[in-house]
Design a protein around this ligand. Structure first.
Ligand SMILES: [Zn+2]
Length: 90
């Protein structure tokens, strides 16, 4: 009899937890927002344009923003390369 009660409690708890898990994943899908690093706008991940730059994944609201960010990234890279050269000279 006790075994049956334990089993019943276990089953009930397991049911509660599995329902909670399902609700959590649904909420994540709806509310997951990503920030466009170019114009700082938040967009739903599903609507965002994805770019992988230097091994990092970025999300953009439009192709224009992606292109602008990629250009800015290249400028930054050139600056950091120049900085390294200056340090070597010193
Ligand atoms: Zn944007």
């Amino acid at each position: 009899m006790i075994g049956f009660l334990v089993w019943l409690v276990y089953r009930t708890l397991k049911g509660i937890f599995s329902v909670k898990k399902e609700q959590g994943s649904v909420n994540e899908q709806i509310s997951e927002m990503v920030q466009d690093p170019s114009c700082l706008t938040f967009i739903p991940k599903t609507d965002a344009r994805r770019r992988v730059i230097n091994g990092k994944t970025y999300y953009f609201c439009s192709d224009e923003c992606a292109a602008r960010f990629e250009k800015a990234g290249k400028v930054r890279e050139q600056i950091s390369i120049n900085d390294n050269k200056q340090q070597e000279d010193l």
